[in-house]
Design a protein around this ligand. Sequence first.
Ligand code: ATP
Length: 236
Amino acid sequence: MPLLEVEELSVHYGAIRAVDGISLTVDEGEVVALIGANGAGKTTTLRAISRLVPCQGRLRFAGRDITPLRPHQVAALGVVHVPEGRGVFPRLTVMENLELATWNRRRDREGIRRDLRRVFDLFPRLEERAHQPASTLSGGEQQMLAIGRALMMRGRLLLLDEPSMGLAPLLVREIFQVIEAIRRTGTTILLVEQNAHAALRLADRSYVLETGRIVLQGPAEQVAGDPRVQEAYLGA
Ligand code: ATP
């Protein structure tokens, strides 16, 4: 049984069909990349899975129908969404941002301490800046904080929206190394990226989205080798 099952998902914004009947699955432990051009419907797909937008179709997580759930209920099941544009609390310090992500297991002091250690090991820069307001972090550091928050939430499924957006090439490489480290801990990841190169190198499987429809899917290597993908997304 897949961890996530998306069946015939459609999302409309008024007359715009942002997502038009897509089906996809993510197995436990997999990294699946959703790639596609601007406006293809990638962000909308993640927002639908988190139940942030009304949709048609069926969404199942760990065998359970999550279509009728509210966003906080989906999050409580272990679906952690790191939105495009990060979603950190700018006025709170780095530490406060991380601590807030553990609100639902306050009593688990030991576990929280261990998770904090793990986040700081992955991102030493966050430890150095633990007591600064998040608003004073660079874009890349805010992205690290957003991923750190997601790890503190101990998700079973991480929905990552454009983690490399707006980052300098060196930081892009760093962020992808971190995602690789997260995958090695066995966390399942659905990754939305415009950086198809990096996403396909990391992912096990991939879906290519074009104007709300899946036009290609398969093992990441195979998708990366497809002439249409090479031409449209890999600059070949
Ligand atoms: P990008 O890579 O540029 O973020 P995307 O693949 O994530 O693109 P979406 O953000 O999902 O694409 O957008 C899909 C389509 O839905 C686009 O045509 C977009 O303009 C439209 N859209 C998205 N959000 C809204 C909204 N709140 N109201 C109206 N139209 C929207």
